[in-house]
Write a protein that binds this ligand. Structure first.
Ligand code: GRF
Length: 221
């Protein structure tokens, strides 16, 4: 059943091009969800401007120097709670969230990561892919669990690495794919098609044994 009233909170740290993809999809009705707030841990994040330009609440929650991770997470949870998000989307949010926060939004939090997980969790994925001379690279949307970049994967964008690729060109190519897969995953969640059951991703009532795969033409596999 479609629930266009699905409330989404988006957490960002920077450019916010993935946030923009969500805003655009919401505008055209493809998201089937409403972005109710955007929170950045960096005040200068361009994504905050994108949110404001779209008439969406845009908040900066910076970490205080020396602040414990758990205290930041508690402040973030307190900020989000009254906004009652059904789904929290980490769209380039460059902070690790601790187990308490993750527990609050278990099964209701998606992260976007620029690699074909489980390959290359963590930072610097494009450089690491080139160093390993991998043939394939991409991006993954996954449910967030306690394991960094380790939760069950929902959808992946796959691209063949070419001989001329640099870390910058891969970053651009991966970004284009991220803009396809993130709104798609959010729209599935909003439509009640996507959920986490135990450790399994359920899509349309069936457990996925592998993430849905999208190629450079945008075709689903
Ligand atoms: C994306 O590549 C995402 O995978 C990574 O940070 C980047 C965010 O880009 N974690 P943007 O801010 O959405 O443009």
């Amino acid at each position: 059943m479609s629930r266009p009233d699905t409330r989404v909170a988006v957490l960002i740290s920077g450019e916010g091009s993935n946030l923009q993809a969500l805003i655009d999809a919401a505008r055209t009705g493809q998201l089937g969800a409403r972005i109710v707030t955007v929170v950045s841990n960096r005040g200068a994040a361009r994504g905050l401007e994108r949110a404001r330009a779209a008439g969406i609440e845009a908040l900066h929650l910076g970490a205080v120097r020396g602040q414990e991770r758990a205290d930041y997470d508690a402040a973030l949870a307190a900020l989000l709670a009254p906004r009652e998000p059904d789904l929290v989307v980490l769209a380039g949010f460059m902070r690790i969230l601790g187990p308490r926060f993750v527990e609050i939004y278990r099964g209701r939090m998606l992260n976007l990561h620029p690699s074909l997980l489980p390959n290359y969790p963590g930072l610097d994925t494009h450089r690491r892919v080139l160093e390993a001379a991998d043939e394939w690279h991409g991006a993954t949307v996954h449910f967030v669990t306690d394991e960094l970049d380790g939760g069950p994967a929902v959808i992946q964008y796959r691209l063949p690495v070419s001989g001329g690729d640099t870390a910058d060109s891969l970053a651009q190519r991966v970004h284009r794919g991220e803009h396809l897969i993130l709104p798609r995953a959010v729209s599935w969640f909003a439509a009640g098609r996507l959920r986490l059951a135990g450790g399994s991703v359920m899509l349309d009532g069936r457990a996925l044994d592998a993430p849905v795969s999208v190629d450079e033409e945008g075709a689903l596999k």
